[in-house]
Design a protein around this ligand. Structure first.
Ligand code: GLP
Length: 241
């Protein structure tokens, strides 16, 4: 695992955007796994800037989603599908046909999870998966105690994660209890994992993930098992390393 400490979130965003641009220059049809939350936004802004200035042609790249809320109506502005289309797909000048995600509105959620795992494999697998980290060390929505071999499946959010994500909704009550997430085993199949963490609030989770034992109690520690994992942290998130 490579740990890169950058001065701030903007620098982290630029570094990762350049890594993504490099990948797409080598492999124009790359499948890019993206994450939601506030942390990766500087990556998407920097990458969209590079695209606008002609630094990379992403027109053949494909974008796939890490996780999704269950039960939000289609088109809800905070469904991760809506967020990824708004924050990533559209700014990169791509269309919905370049996007894949699990169906959080499916009547049969289990079948939707299995279908998404299959779709990722059939698309050739994820070339680069960008990850954030929860304050409890979760990746995607794999909360502590998730199996390190897990596949895409339905999970129940912890109260902590619902509270952390309540800022995107009008009230805590509106935050769904259930989600679909790529499993840790699914995430580990991506060819390159890039985790970005910024801010003091992530310092404990980063230290446990990078320097602690590999444990289902800290899902991001599974990155230690991956042959090509990069952890990009700002000074604040690195403060407990
Ligand atoms: C959610 C997402 C994760 C993300 C986490 C942290 O739980 N499912 O993928 O990493 O939030 O979000 P933020 O970057 O806003 O702290």
């Amino acid at each position: 695992m490579e740990v890169v400490i950058v001065p701030d979130a903007k620098a982290g965003g630029e570094l990762i955007a350049e890594a993504i641009a490099d990948l797409v220059r080598r492999k124009p049809e790359a499948l890019l796994g993206v994450a939601t939350g506030s942390t990766p936004l500087p990556v998407y802004e920097a990458l969209a800037g590079t695209v606008r200035s002609g630094g990379v042609d992403v027109s053949r790249a494909r974008i796939c989603q890490l996780d999704e809320y269950v039960g939000l109506p289609a088109g809800h502005p905070e469904s991760y599908r809506s967020v990824v289309l708004r924050e990533v797909v559209e700014p990169l000048g791509l269309g919905e046909d370049a996007f894949m995600g699990p169906d959080g509105t499916a009547a049969d959620v289990q079948a939707a999870c299995e279908a998404y795992d299959r779709a990722l494999s059939e698309a050739g697998g994820v070339d680069l998966q960008l990850l954030g980290i929860g304050t409890d060390g979760h990746i995607g929505f794999n909360e502590p105690c998730s199996s390190l071999a897990s596949r895409t499946r339905i999970k129940t959010l912890t109260q902590q994660t619902r509270e952390d994500n309540a800022r995107f909704f009008d009230s805590l009550e509106e935050v769904p209890h259930h989600v679909i997430t790529q499993g840790i085993g699914t995430i580990l199949e991506a060819r390159h994992l890039v985790l970005l963490a910024t801010g003091e609030g992530k310092a404990d989770a980063v230290a446990q993930s990078v320097e602690g034992p590999v444990s289902a109690l800290v899902p991001a520690s599974a990155l230690q098992l991956h042959p090509h994992a990069t952890v990009v942290v700002d000074e604040a998130a690195a403060s407990k390393l």
